[in-house]
Structure formats: structure tokens, C-alpha cells
Ligand binder design. Structure first.
Ligand SMILES: Cc1cc2nc3c(=O)[nH]c(=O)nc-3n(C[C@H](O)[C@H](O)[C@H](O)COP(=O)(O)OP(=O)(O)OC[C@H]3O[C@@H](n4cnc5c(N)ncnc54)[C@H](O)[C@@H]3O)c2cc1C
Length: 385
């Protein structure tokens, strides 16, 4: 019997269409649970796959290559899809509050809404800088920047604030793409200047020294000016200032710093960590409410701090799906143990990448091809239903 014709006994509501929830939808599509209705609410109809974003910016992939079609995936899972923004949870009434729709009742709730660079911690950043997330808004600004560079070639300075893997990769991807655009148009690519700011003493602080050296070499070869121990303390129109008092005039300021949790989570009464992320146990159930689960960037596993990386959000999809099924069937939950070391494949913009895992390091065009193969295979799981 099609899911839509079955009696609904339990409602599972998925808030956000992040990397974990696409996995949940896929698992429920493959193995439906009779009597259980899934609903997914997301601000976007197409959710980006983080691993391929820098490749999209660099021009190696199209928009469709790097986005998962959520309504289509929801249809495969027999789930309802609502495009809306969740703005709160009424835990007494077991209801999700949306910006536009009436409240939605849940028996189990799962939250996978990601994180955003904490622009509100630096004066002026919210008004004058472009946060890399949400990706939809960043993409709009990126397309506008591309157009501006095409229409008005001339000197331009781009500052990227945050030199973790996301910031470094994004800098190199934008650098590659914008220079190519100028070259195609017969304009001078050297009119572009890139500056990368790190509050830490070095770039890529969570990676090994070999990986750091590789990227220092690549950034230097591309002429990107790297400012270390240079915490940006304020931003005004066209200018940023570091804590030491140094200033830089910049046409665009892109914010890729440490992430924070969504502001509305603070009013849910769920326990949050110091950065505003939801505290969950080793079953991905929140520590505050057995009916609510959370995964991906917006969750913090107690006693197991994980890097905010899509790879963990993806891996949590399977155990989250299993535990939602078990919880709704009143079965004991299963423990999920994340891997202690993980492989990061970080690209340099030009179809070349560096592999980083613990103390290991490898690099080359073959690493990029390997990454490309892994990423395309991941996306195919959601396209070929
Ligand atoms: C430039 C860049 C490159 C990166 N590259 C990599 C990489 O190569 N490998 C890697 O592992 N990680 C990478 N990361 C990190 C990665 O992007 C995040 O860790 C990952 O996206 C987190 O996934 P998620 O599922 O938690 O959330 P997200 O992927 O952010 O998904 C959250 C979803 O929820 C929706 N949403 C948000 N708020 C609401 C709301 N209130 N109501 C409804 N819907 C909502 C959003 O629209 C979005 O669709 C990169 C990050 C950046 C910035």
C-alpha cells in the first residue's frame, strides 16, 4: 500500500535538510516503516553537498551537480516536504513552529540545520561581510560578485576571514575562478588581490604540519597574502580592522570563521554547549528530551567533540535513521561511535587536492580525482532512485 494511503500512527518530523537527514530519507525510502509518517521542513528545496562546494565555486561543477533535490528525495521516502523556516519548538505541545505554516505536531523530532559563521561576534560583520552560510545566500552574493568582476574589471581586493579548511579551500577556489574569468575576457587577472585572515598562529590549525606546509606553499605561489595571529575585531564598509590595529581596505569580505548554533535554539529549553549547539548523547538523542534527536553541525556529542565537518553529518545519517525507527517502535536505542580520525580531502582550486588524516599527508592531481570520484558516487545515491 502506498505510504500516503496508510493510517498514520506516529509522526516523525525532520527539521532541516542537511547531510544527516538526506541519509534518513534515503534509509526510510529503502525500508519504510508502516504507520510512520515522515515530514521534512527545510528553508531550501535544494540542499548543497559541502564536499563539492569549492569545486562549484571554482567552476568544475554545475549548481545541479552539487545540490540534492529534497522534494524528489522526500517523494522517494514517502515523506511530506514543506519549504519553510522552523523558528521554534513547543515541547509541551510537541509542536514545531514555522515562519509561514501552522504548527506541526510530532511524536519524534530530529534537527539537522547546520551552523553559520558567528558574524554577530564581531562589530559590523553582520552588516558588511558575507557569511559563507547559509549557502543559498552566499551563492547569490557569489554570483553577483562574479558578474561584477565580469562587468567592471579593475583592481579588486577580496578578504577571507577564517583559515580553517573551509576558508582556505574557498579562497583558492574563488581565486582560481575569478582569475580565469578575467583571462577569458582578456583582462588582467593580477588586478585581483586576495587576503586570508587567521586568528591562530597558523592556517589549518586542526591539520598536520605537512598539510599546513603544502597549503602555505600553494597560497604563496598564488599570491594570496596570509595574515596569521590577526583576529579581525571590527568591520566597516569597505574596511576591516584586526585586534592589533592593522587595517585593510577590501571590496568583499567573506566570513568563514568558527560556527555557532541558530539563535532560535536558545528558546527551546534544550541543553546547548557554549557555542549554541544542541547537546546529544551517543545515540544522537538530545540530553534534554527523549523525543528529540539532533545530528550534524548543529549537534555536539557529549564527551566526543567532533570537528564541524560534513563527513560526520553524513556518517550520522544511518545511526540517526536506525534510532528514530527504534525510538518510534519503543525499542532500545543503539550507541553510535564516531571515528576518531577522519580523512579530509582539501582541494586547491585547480583540480589538485591534499589528503589529510591524523599525521598522514598526500597530494596530487590523483587526490583530486579520488575526491571527485567519492563525491560523485555520494551524489549518485540521491539522484538514481
Ligand atoms: C567552503 C566550505 C567547504 C567545506 N568543505 C567541506 C568538505 O570538503 N568536507 C567536509 O566534511 N565538510 C566541509 N565543510 C563543512 C560542512 O559544510 C558542514 O560541516 C556541513 O555542511 C554540515 O552539514 P549539516 O548536515 O549539519 O548542515 P547543512 O549542510 O548546513 O544543512 C542544513 C540544512 O538545514 C536548513 N536549515 C537551516 N536552518 C533551518 C531552519 N531554521 N528551518 C528549516 N531548515 C533549516 C539549511 O537550509 C540546510 O539545507 C565545508 C564548509 C565550507 C564553508
Amino acid at each position: 500500500m502506498p505510504a500516503s494511503q496508510q493510517t498514520v500512527l506516529r509522526d516523525i518530523v525532520l527539521v532541516g535538510g542537511g547531510h544527516s537527514h538526506v541519509g534518513v530519507l534515503k534509509h526510510f525510502g529503502m525500508r519504510p516503516l508502516p504507520g510512520v509518517r515522515l515530514t521534512v521542513i527545510c528553508t531550501d528545496t535544494h540542499t548543497p553537498y559541502s564536499g563539492m562546494l569549492p569545486g562549484y565555486i571554482a567552476g568544475h561543477y554545475s549548481y545541479d551537480d552539487v545540490h540534492i533535490d529534497l522534494p524528489r528525495l522526500a517523494a522517494f521516502a514517502g515523506a511530506r516536504f514543506y519549504r519553510d523556516e522552523v523558528v521554534g519548538i513547543d515541547r509541551q505541545q510537541r509542536q514545531v513552529r514555522c515562519r509561514h505554516r501552522p504548527p506541526l505536531t510530532y511524536d519524534r523530532l530530529s534537527i539537522n540545520i547546520g551552523s553559520s559563521p558567528a558574524v554577530d561576534r564581531v562589530a559590523g560583520a553582520a552588516e558588511h561581510a558575507i557569511p559563507v552560510k547559509p549557502i543559498r545566500r552566499f551563492n547569490e552574493r557569489w554570483l553577483a560578485l562574479l558578474e561584477r568582476v565580469r562587468q567592471h574589471p579593475g583592481p579588486m581586493t577580496i578578504a577571507v576571514v577564517g583559515a580553517g579548511a573551509g576558508g582556505v579551500e574557498l579562497t583558492l577556489a574563488m581565486h582560481y575562478r575569478l582569475r580565469r574569468e578575467l583571462q577569458w575576457l582578456g583582462n588582467d587577472p593580477d588586478a585581483l588581490a586576495f587576503h586570508l585572515f587567521s586568528a591562530e598562529r597558523e592556517i589549518l590549525p586542526t591539520h598536520n604540519a605537512h598539510v599546513r606546509r603544502s597549503f602555505e606553499r600553494v597560497l604563496a605561489a598564488r599570491g594570496v597574502v596570509v595574515h596569521c595571529s590577526a583576529e579581525v575585531s571590527s568591520v566597516s564598509r569597505g574596511q576591516l580592522r584586526t585586534r592589533s590595529g592593522a587595517t585593510l581596505a577590501a571590496d568583499e569580505m567573506i566570513w568563514v570563521t568558527q560556527a555557532g548554533g541558530a539563535a532560535w535554539l536558545r528558546d527551546t529549553g534544550l541543553a546547548l554547549d557554549g557555542s549554541g549547539f544542541i547537546e546529544v548523547g551517543d545515540t544522537l538523542q538530545t540530553v534534554s528530551d527523549p523525543l528529540i534527536f539532533a545530528a550534524g553541525d548543529c549537534a555536539t556529542m557529549i564527551g566526543m567533540p567532533l570537528e564541524k565537518a560534513g563527513v560526520f553529518a553524513v556518517r550520522q545519517g544511518r545511526p540517526l535513521a536506525d534510532n528514530l525507527r527504534r525510538s518510534v517502535s519503543d525499542l532500545p536505542l543503539r550507541v553510535y561511535r564516531p571515528q576518531r580520525r577522519w580523512l579530509a580531502l582539501v582541494s586547491t582550486g585547480d583540480r589538485y587536492a591534499v589528503a589529510s588524516r591524523g599525521a598522514l599527508h598526500a597530494e596530487g592531481r590523483w587526490v583530486w580525482r579520488w575526491k571527485d570520484w567519492i563525491d560523485r558516487r555520494f551524489m549518485a545515491r540521491f539522484r538514481d532512485q
